[in-house]
Ligand binder design. Structure first.
Ligand code: NDP
Length: 391
């Protein structure tokens, strides 16, 4: 019986993980910790159904209502960011890191310190703290398995290959909700329109990040940090069908592509069963019916976020934390209606231009405290830019 903990259990990735756990043979898994944020109904229902040892909400104020919902279930209850990190101290064989945002970093790091297996969906961990995360994993002997579909695809394509023979990696991108919209119409798009993905069913934030390609920018940084591939060997290719998730090009000119339906349960299941492959309840593709796969280069005018990520990678240090915080903050301002869709890239660029000059901030030691400081500086700078711009 494998002991598993799911951080971010109430979200899109968390729920897909729970779906796989529910389908497993009885007794295959013992659920240690489930964590969530505001959705305590879902958290309590799943904790009861799965017999979790502990359920943790990120919000102190939700402790009492969560406790009431789990009364008599035998599941312990806790609340607050510290309690989520403490839940990572509970012994488990497999952790799913699926909290959204930088809040996912500390629990993931704590789990890694225990030398466990961390299935990593939380992009922000690698973007803000890639070297720290990977070093922590190496020191404790932990295994980090990528869950982002592109990185799972690269991981699978590299299996059994000599990393030294990799010439390039190609990340595919659907192009998001506005890939065919006339450029002049982009500034005026609504939050609702940006929250609808043509292929994937995901949380709202990552869906909007797909439309702006801030999501793909994060993946560029993730690829560099996880696989150690230099940025100039990582390409982005628009592939509207989202069936090829990534390609790896080798020194002999061959490309290995990972092809599968746009369903995160594949990448989650791969990480859950690794190093074995097991049956996964995803659609089987009928390529004859699909008929064609399309590709095009990403238009830098439509997707300026890609160059912003490259600027952050070129600077190194804590610039990933600054980039991530600026991007998260810009997204908050867009969702709140304070800036337009296209202003997200403009304001992130202004924030990077201002903060990447502060070499003391950017090249401080990579510790959790310094990452949080860089994160805070970027959010304050972004707020200032938005306030003064009258956007
Ligand atoms: P969701 O928004 O659907 O879920 C986020 C989860 O994090 C929820 O459980 C939420 O709780 C919890 N949460 C939110 N804020 C906090 C906080 N401050 N502290 C602790 N927990 C919190 O996100 P997704 O599942 O879509 O994405 C999760 C991560 O995986 C992200 O980093 C995303 O980029 C990455 N990812 C997602 C993919 C996808 O297909 N969805 C694909 C690849 C990567 P609650 O809802 O209860 O408030």
């Amino acid at each position: 019986m494998r002991r598993i903990s799911i951080f971010g259990a109430t979200g899109s990735i968390g729920q897909s993980t729970i779906d796989l756990i529910r389908r497993a043979a009885p007794g295959a898994y013992r659920v240690v910790a489930l964590t969530g944020g505001r959705n305590i109904d879902r958290l309590a229902d799943d904790a009861r159904a799965l017999g979790a040892e502990i359920a943790v909400t990120a919000h102190d104020a939700l402790y009492e209502p969560l406790r009431a919902r789990l009364e008599g279930s035998g599941t312990e209850v806790a609340a607050g960011a510290g309690a989520i990190v403490a839940a990572a101290d509970r012994p488990a064989d497999w952790f799913m890191s699926a909290i959204v945002g930088i809040a996912g970093l500390a629990p993931g790091l704590r789990a890694l310190q225990h030398g466990t297996t961390l299935a990593l969906a939380n992009k922000e961990s690698l973007v803000t703290a890639g070297p720290l995360l990977m070093a922590t994993g190496r020191q404790s002997g932990a295994t980090i398995l990528p869950v982002d579909s592109e990185h799972s695809a690269i991981f699978q394509a590299l299996r059994g290959e000599d990393a030294g023979t990799v010439e390039r990696v190609i990340l595919t991108a659907s192009g998001g909700a506005f890939r065919d919209l006339p450029l002049d119409d982009l500034p005026g798009v609504s939050v609702a329109a940006a929250s609808s993905h043509p292929n994937w069913d995901m949380g709202q934030r990552i869906t909007i990040d797909s439309a702006s390609m801030f999501n793909k920018s994060m993946e560029l940084i993730e690829t560099k940090e996880y696989f150690g591939i230099p940025p100039d060997r990582i390409e982005v290719l628009v592939h509207p069908q989202s069936l090829i998730h990534a390609l790896v090009g080798f020194c002999d000119g061959g490309l290995i592509a990972h092809v599968g339906p746009p369903d995160m349960r594949h990448a989650i299941g791969y990480a859950l069963h690794w190093p074995k492959r097991r049956h996964c309840p995803v659609e089987r593709l009928d390529l004859a019916e699909i008929g064609r796969l399309d590709f095009r280069a990403p238009d830098p005018q439509r997707y300026p976020a890609l160059d912003l990520a490259r600027a952050a990678m070129a600077e190194g240090g804590l610039s990933g934390a600054i980039f991530n915080a600026a991007k998260e903050s810009a997204l908050d301002h867009f969702i709140a209606g304070r800036i337009r869709f296209t202003d997200m890239a403009v304001t992130v660029r202004e924030t990077l231009n201002a903060l990447l000059l502060d070499k003391g901030l950017v090249h401080a030691d990579m510790t959790l405290d310094n990452i949080r400081a860089a994160d805070g500086s970027a959010r304050r700078k972004m707020d200032e830019i938005v306030r003064h711009s009258g956007r």
